[in-house]
Design a protein around this ligand. Structure first.
Ligand code: AMP
Length: 456
């Protein structure tokens, strides 16, 4: 098996990795680090949780360390674009941590906080700048930053940037970058429009793909509880009494929903904070800090706010509502089971969410077992008690694309696009062999005669 030192990284980086107790590179790291060290462009299909930040940060730091010259005022040598503020801070923290023995400056630029400290910092020039697109454009417009000295650019979570409507900004930014540069492009999925964008940015890229969608889902113990919408809040409060739930992320579809659930839990004696796009940056940071430190056991979040949040020790992810985009389910449950650890995910599913459940089960190629609300493995009971879902099987799912969760204010790119096209490849090849086959079970998907919860 490859070790970090076999990848050609410098001693200061190896020391930092040893300090962080990283013993083995993750698959994306062993595949991406050598070509990035060699200066190649890279197209990475990977999501947060696979170790991709180190996959780009380590070789970038290595190259900067080899050629350590002061950045000119109002310039940066490396630009990393991230869709959210939280992810931007996390990426910057990782650059600082891995680069602790190198004399390099890392700075962040994102909205929700004052411009002035950012202007002052940029005035001196920085080695590594991690930015969200909107605020970066503000700086470019005010001439507090120029991009003509960028040596390496990283587009992280590109599909998410597209979902959040950042693409026009990203294209403007890309147009200001020097032609001579190294570009690294990461996306969890590769729909057609993202693939086109990547093709425009990258020169003869190395393509690296890790398939965490199924593997993340496999590591997490998942359960479904069928429950009427009106009973969800009471049930959640009941679930939270379980002392095994030491740190829980609860997902709702809307910002108001997140607030309501957090209030209800707090009122019932389970202190909870909510994190979503309507909260100020201060509130978001405080909520996250309280959750990370363990002061607050429950954080209620919308998908966008939770994107990329890397909190270790999340014992449970609870889907108060199922997401209408199946990939979001995988992202959500991936908040537990970080870096190889196991975790649990419990989803509350009302009757009207069953089509979402079906999409999720198709995407992950898993049937999620149903339990009764006391948590016994009572699959048969739960399914018998549920009304049968008699809808006919459907072709790749577009029924939910018209509805948007928080942050999905893009240009409707998802609408009307079949699953295959969004994945950029036929069928579900990226998931490898279906889990039900591997386990020797014989579930039949989309059979109108069977209810969702029926045991296979
Ligand atoms: P990322 O996908 O970059 O968000 O990383 C997910 C988590 O895995 C983070 O908590 C990292 O600190 C951790 N991590 C990254 N690389 C390794 C590694 N080689 N060994 C152990 N943990 C890692």
């Amino acid at each position: 098996m490859t070790a970090f030192k076999d990848l050609g990284l410098s001693q200061p980086l190896l020391n930092a990795l040893a300090l962080g107790k990283y013993t083995q590179p993750t698959p994306i790291q062993s595949q991406a680090i050598p070509p990035v060290l060699a200066g190649r462009d890279l197209l990475g299909i990977a999501q947060t949780g696979t170790g991709k930040t180190a996959a780009f940060a380590l070789p970038i730091l290595h190259r900067l360390g080899e050629n350590n010259r002061r950045p000119a005022p109002k310039t940066c040598r490396v630009l990393v674009l991230s869709p959210t503020r939280e992810l931007a801070s996390q990426i910057a923290d990782k650059f600082r941590s891995y680069g602790r023995e190198l004399k390099l400056t890392t700075a962040t630029v994102f909205g929700g906080v004052g411009m002035h400290p950012q202007i002052q910092m940029l005035a001196r020039g920085v080695d590594i700048l991690v930015a969200t697109p909107g605020r970066l454009i503000d700086h470019l417009q005010q001439n507090t930053l120029r991009l003509d000295r960028v040596e390496v650019v990283v587009f992280d979570e590109a599909d998410q940037m597209l979902d959040m409507g950042f693409m026009p900004a990203v294209k403007r930014i890309a147009a200001l970058l020097p032609k001579q540069r190294q570009s690294l492009f990461f996306s969890a999925t590769m729909p057609q429009n993202i693939a086109q964008l990547a093709a425009g940015f990258l020169k003869d890229p190395i393509k690296v793909e890790v398939t965490p969608v199924a593997t993340t889902a496999e590591r997490v113990e998942q359960q479904i509880i069928f429950v009427e919408t009106e009973r969800k809040r009471a049930l959640l409060a009941e679930i939270m009494k379980d002392p095994a739930i030491t740190r829980a992320l609860v997902f709702t579809r809307t910002k108001h929903g997140a607030d309501r659930v957090a209030r209800h839990l707090t009122g019932g004696g389970v202190p909870a904070n909510a994190i979503h796009g309507n909260k100020s940056q201060n509130q978001r940071e405080r909520a996250l800090a309280d959750f990370k430190s363990g002061r607050i056991r429950v954080l209620v979040a919308t998908d966008i706010a939770a994107r990329g949040i890397d909190v270790t020790g999340v014992s449970h992810v609870i889907n108060f509502e199922l997401p209408n985009v199946p990939e979001s389910y995988v992202h959500r449950i991936g908040r537990t089971a970080r870096a190889g650890a196991a975790g649990q995910a419990i989803s509350l599913c009302a009757q009207d969410e069953r089509p979402y459940l079906r999409d999720i089960e198709r995407t992950t190629r898993q049937r999620i077992p149903a339990i009764d609300r006391r948590g016994d493995a009572a699959l048969a009971t739960a399914s018998a008690a549920e009304p049968k879902d008699v809808r006919p099987p459907r072709e790749p799912q577009n029924h939910h694309r018209g509805q948007r969760s928080e942050g999905q204010r893009g240009d409707g790119h998802r609408n009307g696009q079949p699953q295959q096209a969004r994945n950029g490849k036929p069928g579900n090849r990226r998931f490898g062999k279906p889990r039900n086959q591997r386990q020797g079970q014989n579930h039949s998907y989309g059979n109108p005669g069977r209810s969702q919860a029926q045991a296979g």
